[in-house]
Design a protein around this ligand. Structure first.
Ligand SMILES: Cc1cc2nc3c(=O)[nH]c(=O)nc-3n(C[C@H](O)[C@H](O)[C@H](O)COP(=O)(O)O)c2cc1C
Length: 217
């Protein structure tokens, strides 16, 4: 490869990627001559050099295509992207807890963190991460009543957005399952929630779980 970076398809790229994040075309490369030798870190941008516009940020889900969602995301690759690029790099992959948010920041020095599956049934993750990043203590974990309240609010928003139909309710069952993860008796609760035909049924199940004097929404 010499002093030139090449992407997976063998296209020549700007080897000063950490100075100039978006690769230039061949003519521009030729104009720069030997300057392109400076700062090569071996990081291959792949897609970025074929974009028709200048990228302002770069998000990396550090898994290979064959891994899909399994195996461990390679945070070292995110750290390499941070090193190689001047634009903000957003790290992604395997962030499940507030502690993971801090670990990814410390491991990669990324400018931002993108969260996927970790937020399923746990929108408190963002609050937890922010608190820990600011050096504060982790907020208290949400109570069952708080989880149910947010789950129902989420459900009503989904109905509003996607249509108040049986299909929306059926699709939402899995979210209700995620909201109950870790609760005492969660598997039994989940079994019942996976059979609901309306959000009113979910509310009734939550009320039964909490006891006779409870109100969740
Ligand atoms: C339900 C679901 C839908 C997704 N949709 C997209 C998508 O439309 N575009 C995309 O680039 N990535 C998509 N992803 C991938 C996520 O953005 C993310 O890269 C991946 O889930 C890894 O992060 P995580 O370990 O935090 O989940 C999706 C992931 C999930 C679970």
């Amino acid at each position: 490869m010499g002093n030139q970076l090449r992407d997976a398809a063998g296209h020549r790229m700007d080897s000063r990627a950490h100075h100039r994040p978006v690769a230039r075309d061949h003519e521009q490369d030729d104009e720069r001559g030997d300057e392109t030798q400076e700062g090569e870190r071996g990081f291959q941008l792949g897609v970025a050099d074929r974009l028709p516009y200048r990228a302002r940020a770069f998000t990396l889900h550090a898994r290979t295509r064959t891994q899909m969602f399994s195996g461990k995301a390679n945070w070292d690759e995110i750290a390499r992207a941070v090193e190689a690029l001047e634009i903000p790099v957003i790290g992604n992959g395997d962030v499940q807890t507030g502690e993971d948010i801090v670990r990814m920041r410390d491991h990669t020095r990324c400018a931002g963190i993108m969260i996927g599956r970790g937020a399923f049934g746990n929108p408190w993750l963002f609050r937890d991460g922010r608190a820990l990043l600011e050096g504060g203590p982790a907020p208290a974990t949400p109570t069952a009543a708080e989880r149910f309240r947010v789950a129902l609010r989420h459900a009503r928003l989904a109905l509003r957005l996607q249509g108040d139909t049986r299909k929306t309710v059926i699709e939402f069952r899995k979210h209700l399952g995620w909201y109950t993860k870790g609760l005492h008796g969660a598997s039994e609760l989940r079994q019942r929630l996976f059979q609901i035909e309306s959000i009113a049924e979910a509310e009734a199940i939550f009320l039964t779980y909490l006891g006779p004097v409870a109100a969740v929404a």
